[in-house]
Structures are given as C-alpha cells and as structure tokens.
Design a protein around this ligand. Structure first.
Ligand code: FMN
Length: 346
C-alpha cells in the first residue's frame, strides 16, 4: 500500500489541528496516502475522525500515534512561573504541567477496532505484535541509525531528517538533527525495510531525490499546511505565506524538541524550557490557544519545516497533482542525464 502508491507522496500526520478528515480524504482520493494525527486526541475524538474520513472516501488511510514516555523528574516551577507571566499578559491562567500517556492504550484499541490498515508511531518503537497479528501495516518514525536498529519489528520506517517541521520523532527527549539524505543512506545500508523519507520536502523534485536515494515514498507535512482543507490557524497561515522568519528547534512550547518559525516566545523562554513532555505541552497550551485566538504570532507555535517559504496555497488534490507532475519532470531530467552519457564517446 505504501510501497506502490500511484503518487509516492504521503501527507504527514499533523497533530494539534492541521490534520483533518477533509485533508486526508482529499489526498487519498488524489492517489497519494495520508495519515490522521491521533496525538492529543481522546479515543472518542479519534474514532470520530476515522468515521468522518471514511464518510468522505473508500480509499485506505493511516493513523499516527504518539508513544508515551516517562514522567519528568525536573523542577518545573521556574518555567511554570515564566509561562505564568506570559499567560497573565494574555489575561488567562497557564495550564497544569501534568504528565499523561495521551490515551495511548485506548487509541490502540480504536485503530484495531476500526481496522485501520496502516498505523505509524512517533516518539518510540512500542510492541506492535497485537497490530501485526491483526494484519496492520506498522511504521516507526526514526531520527538516527540507532533508532532504526531498534525498530526492526516494524513493516516500514519513516526516516525523519533534521529539516522537518514540528516535533522531532526521536525516541528519547534528545536533539538529533541528521540531514535527511545521509540518514536515509545510513539506514538503507542496514535494513531492507521500506523507507519513507520525511523532512523539508516541498517540491516534486524533492520527492524524486529521496526516491533516487532508496525511499519508497516521501512524507510531506509543511507543504500541505496552506491547503484550505488543513486546519491550520489563520495567523500560522499568514506567517507561512510571508516566509520571513527563520526556523529553529525549540522545547519552548512542549518540552520536546520541535521545529517552528522563530518568534518572541521561543526567544524569551526557549533557553529555559526543561526536557519535560507532555508536561510543558499542557503548561503552555492555554497560552498558545489564546495567542492563536488573538491572531498573535509571537506567542503561538508556528510549526514549519525549513522549506516552508515554498509551501503553496492549493487545494490538497491539486497539490498532489502538481507534485506528481513535478516528480515526472524530475525523472525526465534524470533520464536526459543518462541519455547524455549514452551519447558521449567512450
Ligand atoms: C504542524 C505539524 C504537525 C505535525 N504533527 C505530527 C504528528 O502528529 N505526528 C508525526 O508523526 N509527525 C508530525 N509532524 C511531522 C511530520 O510527520 C513530518 O516529519 C514533517 O512534517 C516533515 O517535514 P516537513 O514539515 O518539512 O515536510 C508534524 C509536522 C507539522 C508541520
């Protein structure tokens, strides 16, 4: 299903709003593949999204789950006080920095019960024996060769390079920023598992590049954030369209490394943010929500991969078609390279 797509493009799961049933259904109807994002949702909300997507398409799609980690032992009080100051500025209370497992077990039951054919995981490589026994195709997100080695039980690997938007999929709360092509080559040298390449891919030529490097498909997130079907916040869309900010990797919003556009919140609080996920995610959630509501790009998470200024404002089906056309064009260019060599004297 993943290895023989009509268009070898996968619309990334994008938790926190951007992933919608409309985006996923539009992508799979256009010949690509797509994941719903289960992260932060309750089990019931996930079930609702699966049903809403199935109401729009008969084609298969996947679901992505966040793998729970362990509760932080760090002293969160100093960061809570900093965020409380920001919350006061917005006239709200900060959230409670509590740990939870993101309803992981209940959501696994939902994907099994709903017979979702492809399930991908982020932040770890859990035991997937139950899913595999049920015939589910399993994908682990990896950011280093060592993580790839720890994910041998999975049917495929989603290899995430350092340019990727939003959270690093790393198993531990650490910052690993391998460039995508060297990481793909290193992982491909060690395993025959099908590889999905992700991170900074914006154009059909980028898809051609990772296919040439051995991937079976390219997973794009940021490229789809400006689609009208995506649930991207208006202030986030405006910042993507402006294309003026650099991107940085920060723990400021969630306590886990993630790439977004630089803003005041990251600059002021990022250096102080503890490695505590999801505690810091819960702490800053009301601040991010209030800033988004007020249209204030300086205190919300403007997740974006490094290539974000190239994101296009197109309906998802049209964007999939444009990417497929660009991929064909890139393949033609490569074929002309071969033809040139064929003509040259030996
Ligand atoms: C707004 C946003 C939210 C994301 N949420 C998730 C998620 O819930 N699960 C996941 O595995 N990856 C998530 N990602 C990362 C993507 O899977 C992928 O690695 C990334 O988008 C690739 O880089 P790109 O954004 O440059 O295409 C998210 C990315 C973005 C931009």
């Amino acid at each position: 299903m993943i290895a023989d797509l009509a268009v070898p493009v996968i619309v990334a799961p994008m938790a926190g709003g951007p992933s919608t049933p409309e985006l996923v259904a539009g992508a799979v109807e256009a010949g690509a593949f797509a994941f719903l994002a289960a992260g932060y949702l309750t089990a019931d909300a996930l079930r609702g999204q699966i049903e809403a997507t199935r109401a729009r398409t008969d084609k298969p799609f996947g679901v992505n789950l966040f793998v729970p980690g362990t509760e932080s032992t760090a002293d969160l009080a100093p960061y809570r006080d900093l965020v409380a100051g920001e919350a006061a500025r917005l006239g709200i209370e900060p959230g409670a920095p509590t740990w939870d497992d993101d309803h992981f077990a209940a959501k696994l039951d939902v994907v099994l019960d709903a017979a979702v054919p492809v399930v991908s995981f982020t932040f770890g490589a859990p035991d997937v024996a139950r899913l595999k026994a049920a015939g589910v195709y399993t994908v682990a997100t990896v950011t280093t060769p060592a993580e790839a080695r720890a994910a041998r039980d999975f049917d495929a690997l989603c290899v995430q390079g350092g340019a990727a938007g939003a959270h690093r999929g790393s198993f531990a709360n650490e910052i690993h920023l391998y460039d995508l092509l060297p990481l793909l080559s290193l992982v491909a040298a060690e395993t025959d598992q099908p590889l999905i390449a992700t991170g900074g891919l914006m154009h059909g030529a980028d898809v051609a590049a990772v296919l040439a490097a051995g991937a079976v498909a390219a997973q794009l997130g940021t490229a789809f954030l400006r689609c009208p079907e995506a649930g991207t916040q208006p202030a986030h869309r405006a910042a993507l369209a402006a294309g003026e900010r650099d991107t940085v990797v920060t723990r400021a919003f969630s306590g886990r490394p993630a790439r977004g556009m630089a803003n005041r919140f990251i600059e002021e609080y990022g250096p102080h943010a503890p490695a505590a996920y999801p505690e810091i995610h819960h702490l800053t959630r009301p601040v991010r929500a209030a800033a988004a509501k007020a249209g204030d790009p300086e205190a919300m998470a403007l997740w974006a991969g490094q290539g974000y200024p190239l994101a296009r404002e197109l309906p998802v089906a049209e964007l999939v078609e444009v990417l497929a056309g660009e991929l064909d064009e890139a393949v033609r260019k490569l074929e002309s390279v071969r033809a040139r060599r064929g003509r040259s004297p030996r």
